[in-house]
Design a protein around this ligand. Sequence first.
Ligand code: NDP
Length: 282
Amino acid sequence: MTATIIDGKTIAKEVRSELKIEVAKLKEKGLIPGLAVVLVGNHPASESYVKGKIRASEEVGINSRLIRRESSISERELLELIETLNADPAIHGILVQLPLPDHINPDKVIATISPAKDVDGFTPVSVGNMVIGQEALLPCTPHGIMHLLQRSGVQIAGKHAVVVGRSNIVGKPISLLLQRADATVTMCHSRTADLASHTKQADILIAAVGRPEMLTAEHVKPGAVVIDVGVNRHEGKLVGDVKFDEVKEIASAITPVPGGVGPMTIAMLMRNTVEAAKRIGK
Ligand code: NDP
């Protein structure tokens, strides 16, 4: 059996087209969703991520504002900038591109973002609300994975999902969202003993490790749905955490890298910005 390829690029495009229509309707009512993207320094990967986010905003009709600051900016100055954006009625979403220079505490910066404008879903308030099932802007990558699964017709309720990785931005929140969608969830990490014995039980396997092609056919149950979150530069090319060529022969569905989870992350940022604008209003 060769797996169905879950095409994140196409599904993300679908999401953006839906948002474009929604934004046009909001504009008719005088509400223009506004996104502020704060970029400190000029880290090459960050430059490229930010460019993608601005491009997607333009496509959807979101008013985006790129705010650049030198890497010498002090923590206080950055916190003041966030406070100004929190109070700016034209801005509904605030995103601070990570990583930040070493002299700035990212936790402090993120915690300063108003939860109402927290389109990355990283503030402690957003995370807390997500955990207790209250209204919250959900973190983009796990939110994107849920859309990929749902829009690909993957049944989640009652299935066994195994998540490899427990980071705050991917592993932990995707485990929670899958559990909320009635999956039975196992979380694995670097101290998990006999990883394959767990991953082999997965109906839905989520790889969020950051190690090139670590999960091979030996880790996967025939017929499983495999979502590869990993983005790793390896021997000059971009690869996931899953050995794609091998695993696609036994899985029922799999996301490619690139073109799987990545485009969904940006699409969900757009969705969160529109959602935030609707909640905040004009
Ligand atoms: P982190 O480095 O924060 O977390 C990695 C997790 O993997 C940790 O929980 C770690 O365990 C676990 N881990 C490490 N080695 C092993 C191992 N040998 N066996 C089992 N578990 C292991 O990474 P992120 O969650 O931020 O990112 C993961 C990957 O996803 C990266 O490649 C990143 O680039 C990519 N990514 C892609 C996005 C997209 O939009 N496509 C968005 C965000 C991330 P422990 O906790 O014990 O250390």
